[in-house]
Design a protein around this ligand. Structure first.
Ligand SMILES: Cc1cc2nc3c(=O)[nH]c(=O)nc-3n(C[C@H](O)[C@H](O)[C@H](O)COP(=O)(O)OP(=O)(O)OC[C@H]3O[C@@H](n4cnc5c(N)ncnc54)[C@H](O)[C@@H]3O)c2cc1C
Length: 394
């Protein structure tokens, strides 16, 4: 079967690899000149263990399996990967019930985790503050861009193509297949899979699908710790998440290729690929503000939203959030690092689509929502896309 895959982020390239490895003829279309230029190449590099997600959700199921399959793939291909474990830090007594709830959820999801007192927490991370922590042993760190490069090699080795600087424009159903129009070509294929991240709703619409949710971009800004303070973080140090948000809160991450990242926060981006406040795209901005879901979300989250903006504008406030986890980190210890933008699928009523979301049509599968931990789960998402595609082409 000849399949066109749109997007060479980790989801698209994992789907392409899964199809190519079973003998399908694959053409990947990527509008950028390299792999993984958006969410995948700008994330925290964490292999999540599946701690936070509702039991039975695709995220919970796929993180458990995905954290194992991602580690196995990286080890097999010689890509840097480490299982360093993580601490979720309860900064005061008021956060202990939430830590206990996370511990129970971890147990329900089969994730090895237990609440430890502050002395035991400091044996793991000597610089950590707070009163207690949830220690999760199976969380890790990997080079996701390295993973994408290895998967692209697999695709090429199986006879597939990865075409850069070639944008998907539209697709039309034809009696014998799907006709795909790109910025440079017209391709006749048996099937189409789209994994377009920040543009997933638009790309699906260009295939005749009406997505129930729209993508609204939320930027996550990062700093790096100055080298003299890197010793203060051995692995991964997270706050107790705010249950009203899908984001995990600013955390400290020892990156697999060196350095300690601090972040990301979450502010509305003024462009789908808006990596700074100065990046403004009129079409993106109008579409975000024309979507009733954004206003409803904003009205429900005025105070935390304002806090995120304040933290974005003030390095001192950013450092204050981090110093709750690791006392002693100040604004002078933070150096700006490249930001990422999350593709957040938002329904008309203002609710966020939490779980992974696929939508099928005859000969087509569209990945409409693949937020964190989709990098961790990429091999599992790819498996389920291939199953959906088989059903859509049967
Ligand atoms: C700040 C941040 C931190 C995160 N941290 C983690 C983490 O630590 N661990 C984790 O598991 N997950 C994390 N995530 C989530 C994870 O990075 C994403 O879920 C994952 O990368 C999504 O992959 P994707 O392939 O769907 O999207 P992307 O990586 O965004 O790829 C989509 C691709 O489609 C291409 N494309 C779009 N439109 C077109 C078109 N018309 N034609 C051709 N190509 C097109 C884009 O150029 C892009 O290359 C984080 C995300 C962010 C933003």
């Amino acid at each position: 079967m000849r399949v066109v895959v749109v997007g060479s982020g980790i989801v698209g390239i994992a789907v392409a690899q899964a199809l190519a490895s079973r003998g399908d003829e694959v053409v990947v279309l990527e509008k950028e000149d390299r792999l993984a230029q958006h969410q995948t190449g700008r994330n925290s590099g964490v292999i999540h263990s599946g701690l936070y997600y509702p039991p039975g959700s695709a995220k919970a199921r796929m993180s458990a399996a995905g954290s194992r399959s991602m580690v196995a793939y990286a080890q097999d291909r010689g890509i840097p990967v480490a299982i360093c474990g993580k601490l979720v830090v309860g900064v005061d007594e008021s956060e202990l019930p939430a830590l206990r709830m996370l511990e129970a959820r971890a147990a329900a999801n089969g994730v090895p985790a237990r609440v430890v007192g502050i002395d035991e927490a400091r044996e793991i991370e000597p610089a950590v503050g707070g009163v207690a922590a949830l220690h999760v042993t199976s969380t890790g760190s990997v080079d996701y861009v390295g993973v994408c490069e290895a998967m692209a090699e697999d695709v090429r080795a199986a006879g597939g193509e990865v075409r850069f600087s070639e944008e998907f424009v539209a697709a039309r159903q034809r009696p014998a297949g799907v006709e795909v129009l790109t910025s440079r070509d017209r391709i006749t294929a048996d099937a189409l899979v789209t994994c377009a991240g920040l543009h997933s709703d638009r790309v699906a619409t260009a295939c005749g699908i009406t997505p129930e949710a729209r993508i609204v971009p939320f930027r996550g800004e990062y700093y790096e710790l100055v080298p003299e303070l890197e010793h203060m973080v051995r692995g991964l140090i997270y706050p107790v998440p705010d249950p009203r948000f899908p984001f995990l809160g600013v955390h400290l991450t020892r990156m697999i290729n060196g350095g300690v990242h601090a972040g990301p926060n979450a502010v509305l981006a003024f462009a789908r690929e808006g990596y700074t406040w100065r990046d403004i795209n009129g079409k993106d901005l109008v579409q975000s503000f024309a979507w009733p879901g954004l206003w409803r979300l904003g009205a429900r989250n005025l105070a935390p939203g304002a806090m995120e903006v304040a933290r974005s504008l003030s390095r001192r406030l950013f450092a204050r959030s981090l110093s709750r986890l690791v006392p002693g980190i100040g604004a002078k210890d933070l150096v700006p690092a490249p930001a990422g933008v999350r593709a957040q699928a938002l329904r008309r009523d203002g609710s966020m689509v939490d779980d992974f979301l696929l939508q099928s049509a005859p000969r087509q599968v569209h990945v409409l929502n693949a937020p964190s931990p989709a990098a961790t789960c990429a091999l599992e998402i790819a498996r389920s896309v291939v199953q959906e595609l088989d059903a859509a082409t049967a």
